[in-house]
Design a protein around this ligand. Structure first.
Ligand SMILES: Cc1cc2nc3c(=O)[nH]c(=O)nc-3n(C[C@H](O)[C@H](O)[C@H](O)COP(=O)(O)OP(=O)(O)OC[C@H]3O[C@@H](n4cnc5c(N)ncnc54)[C@H](O)[C@@H]3O)c2cc1C
Length: 387
């Protein structure tokens, strides 16, 4: 049996779907308009156990197979309509906690994972800068070694959860060269002197999570807060983005499942020219395409999730992760364009789920590697001399 056909997977998905419909519906439209994030919901989802799912049992986690996490992400996304929130909470688990689990020392894990899992603490991931987006080597943040610590300086931009995160995985240059060994990853407490929250950004989509700047001005970071090893930052960065490409991308599945049900119902009940609009082939073809996009996206994600061990490296699956990210992102956008078109003017209104999901979907080809740079990765891993 394939993992996407497994009744066990359906049970987990259903459990999270029910939780989301009971607890997470209601104010999303208003918060989407206002660009407002709900800390209350974050705590509720954490209490339900979501942030424990992939984490090791010896640090209080649930250590479930990766496919079970995908099922939980699906259920949460289908039941809640809160795309920004789901992106943010899944981002913390897939991109950040997983990275700490793989590369962090036992001291860092025992100190930080329990509060992250319980929702008491929230984390952000600080890589991007004004000068450094797709090109990690052009990063300007520096960390200078001084005895038992590093002095960290730099400004990180466009960071999810930045306005309220109290813990940040920060990447900085520990060598001025353009070399794979020039970066180091540090776990930084935002209460340390010199660490401040900067400006916020207003985004077109994923509006129910906030994005902002993080400023580090000569912050003293103990060596024990290096994640991985000095000079090993690129490896840490690559691993966390691989988990985002392969698994965080599952946040597209819930909105597609929900949108599909709604659009099928609409095409059967909305009459024009004395017929349900689903009787017109151009409309029914849209539904057929939506079903294909949704089902194949599920299969691509579950296929890769079933091949990953909990807490293990995704490096051997780097090409498949890039393929999954591009495939699901492209199909998510096309799916939501069709959903909006099926609803006509009602799909264009701010009260419609379709325009919100469409705005959310447009970011998927940007975060954790743009569609263009991921195509470079796929070709490079096939042996082409791509720069
Ligand atoms: C919703 C969202 C959440 C985010 N959250 C975070 C976060 O939490 N932490 C964080 O650090 N960052 C975050 N980011 C930033 C994200 O990591 C960057 O947007 C991404 O790395 C791309 O960098 P850039 O936007 O500066 O684009 P650029 O690198 O400036 O690229 C601009 C354009 O040029 C293309 N391009 C660049 N280089 C090449 C090349 N070699 N070949 C072909 N085309 C190329 C790109 O594909 C793109 O189309 C987030 C972004 C979004 C959209």
């Amino acid at each position: 049996m394939q993992p996407w056909q497994d009744p066990e997977i359906d049970k987990i998905r259903e459990k999270y779907y029910e939780f989301a419909t009971e607890n997470l519906l209601g104010d999303t439209e208003q918060r989407d308009k206002e660009g407002d994030f709900s800390i209350k919901r974050w705590k509720e989802v954490a209490e339900f156990g979501f942030l424990k799912l992939l984490m090791p049992e010896n640090f209080g986690g649930a250590e479930v197979p990766v496919t079970h996490l995908v099922a939980a992400i699906e259920g949460l996304g289908e039941g809640s309509m809160d795309g920004g929130f789901n992106y943010a909470i899944c981002n913390q688990l897939c991109g950040l906690q997983t990275t700490i689990n793989i590369f962090g020392s036992d001291e860092l894990k025992s100190r930080y994972l329990p509060d992250l899992m319980s929702g008491k603490s929230m984390a952000a991931y600080g890589f991007t800068e004004e000068t450094s987006g797709s090109d990690a080597y052009s990063m300007e943040a520096t960390a200078v070694e001084e005895g038992d610590a590093f002095r960290l300086s730099g400004t990180k931009c466009y960071i999810t959860n930045a306005p309220y995160a109290n813990l940040v995985l920060v990447f900085a240059k520990t060598s001025p060269t353009r070399s794979p060994f020039a970066l180091t990853a540090f776990l930084v407490d935002m209460e340390w002197e010199g660490a401040t929250h900067g400006r916020e950004y207003d985004k077109m989509g994923l509006r129910t999570v906030r994005m902002g700047e993080l400023i580090f001005d000569n912050v003293q970071v103990p060596k024990s807060h290096i994640v991985g090893v000095k000079g090993g930052g690129l490896r840490v960065l690559t691993e966390s983005t691989l988990w985002e490409r392969a698994i965080l991308i599952a946040t597209a599945l819930g909105p597609m499942a929900r949108g599909l049900k709604s659009c099928i119902e609409r095409t059967k009940t909305r009459n024009q020219f004395e017929k349900p609009i689903g009787a017109f082939q151009q409309v029914s073809s849209k539904i057929s395409n939506m079903i294909m996009r949704y089902k194949l996206s599920r299969q691509v994600i579950y296929d890769i999730a079933s091949r990953i061990g909990n807490g293990s490296s995704l490096q051997p699956h780097a090409q498949d992760a890039a393929i999954a990210k591009i495939f699901v992102s492209d199909n998510f956008v096309k799916f939501e364009l069709d959903a909006m078109q099926i609803y006509g003017v009602r799909g264009y209104l701010l009260e419609s789920f379709a325009q919100q999901d469409l705005r959310d979907s447009l970011s998927f080809n940007i975060w954790a590697g743009t569609a263009e740079t991921l195509r470079n990765t796929i070709a490079k891993l096939a042996g082409l001399p791509v720069e």
